[in-house]
Design a protein around this ligand. Structure first.
Ligand code: DGL
Length: 265
C-alpha cells in the first residue's frame, strides 16, 4: 500500500528549501507541496504569539491541500508553535528542533553550541530538547540575525560573511563546544563560513539533514510512503523578484516555478 498524498512543508520563506532539498535527496519518491510565507517573512524577529498565529494559518492552508503529513521546516516556527500545530492538525507534524537536538545529543562529548534567529534562541526550545536527552550537556546559545540576509544575498563565501561569522561565533571557538547546531533554515548555506570560523574539530549539525530521517520514520510507521512518483509545487505568499532569485540560488538544479497564494487572515 502506498499513499499518493503530498508531504506538506512550511517555512517563513524560501530558506526552508534547504530542508526540501534534503527531503528530496532522502525521499525522492514523495510528492511535495512547499509553502513559503514570504509576505510575512521574517519570523525570526517577531514575538512567539505572532509566529504561532502565522504558523497555524499556514498549516491550515496546507491541510486544505490534502497533505499526509506536515514538516515545519522553519526553526523559528518549530521552536514557537510545534505543540499548537500538533494539536491543531489531524496528520503527523514534524519540526526541525527535536531531530536536530537528537543528532547533537547523540554525538557530543558534553558541550553543544546552538545558533539561530533571535526568536528561536529566546524560546530556549533547542536547549530544552538537548537537555531532555542529555541533562548533563553544557549548552552555549547565540542568535546570529545577520546570517539570514547574508545567505539571501548569496554571500556564502564573502569576506563580510567571514568577518560576521568570526564575530558571532567567538563563543564557540577553541574547545568550548564540540558540536554546533545550525538552528535556522539559512545556516546550511553558510556552512563553509561557519566551519571556517569555528574550526574543523567542531561537528556541525544541519537540522535540514536531521529532519529527513525523522520524516522517513513517520512515513514508514504510518504506512504513508508515496508511490515513487515524485513531484513538487512551490507556493509563496509574495513572489517578489528577490524571492525567485533566492530560490534559484538554493535549488540551482530545479526549474523553480513559484505559485502565488493568499493566506488571508
Ligand atoms: N526560517 C527561519 C528559521 O529557520 C529564518 C528566516 C526568518 O527569520 O523567518 O528560523
Amino acid at each position: 500500500m502506498t499513499d499518493p498524498r503530498p508531504v506538506g512543508i512550511f517555512d517563513s520563506g524560501i530558506g526552508g528549501l534547504t530542508v526540501l532539498a534534503a527531503l528530496q535527496r532522502h525521499l525522492p519518491g514523495e510528492r511535495y507541496i512547499y509553502l513559503g510565507d514570504t509576505a510575512r517573512l521574517p519570523y525570526g524577529t517577531k514575538s512567539a504569539e505572532t509566529v504561532v498565529r502565522y504558523a497555524l494559518r499556514a498549516a491550515e492552508f496546507l491541510a486544505g491541500h490534502g497533505i499526509k503529513m506536515l514538516v515545519v521546516a522553519c526553526n523559528t516556527a518549530s521552536a514557537a508553535a510545534l505543540p499548537v500545530l500538533e494539536e491543531a492538525m489531524t496528520v503527523p507534524v514534524v519540526g526541525v528542533v527535536a531531530p536536530g537536538a537528537r543528532f547533537a545529543a547523540a554525538g557530543t562529548s558534553g558541550k553543544v553550541g546552538i545558533i539561530g534567529t533571535e526568536s528561536t534562541i529566546a524560546s530556549g526550545a533547542y536547549l530544552r530538547a538537548v537537555h531532555a536527552l542529555r541533562p548533563e550537556v553544557e549548552v552555549v546559545a547565540r542568535a546570529c540575525p545577520l546570517f539570514v540576509p547574508l545567505a539571501e544575498e548569496g554571500w556564502w563565501d564573502h569576506p563580510v560573511t567571514h568577518e560576521v561569522a568570526r564575530l558571532y561565533l567567538e563563543p564557540f571557538i577553541g574547545d568550548r563546544v564540540d558540536t554546533l547546531i545550525l538552528g535556522c533554515t539559512h545556516y546550511p548555506l553558510l556552512r563553509g563560513a561557519i566551519a571556517r570560523a569555528v574550526g574543523e574539530r567542531v561537528r556541525l549539525v544541519d537540522s535540514a539533514e536531521a529532519v529527513a530521517g525523522e520524516v522517513a520514520d513517520v512515513l514508514a510507521r504510518g504506512a504513508l510512503a508515496g508511490p515513487a512518483a515524485g513531484g513538487l509545487r512551490l507556493l509563496v505568499t509574495d513572489a517578489a523578484a528577490r524571492i525567485t532569485r533566492i530560490a534559484h540560488l538554493i535549488l540551482p538544479d530545479v526549474a523553480v516555478n513559484l505559485e502565488l497564494v493568499d493566506l488571508a487572515d
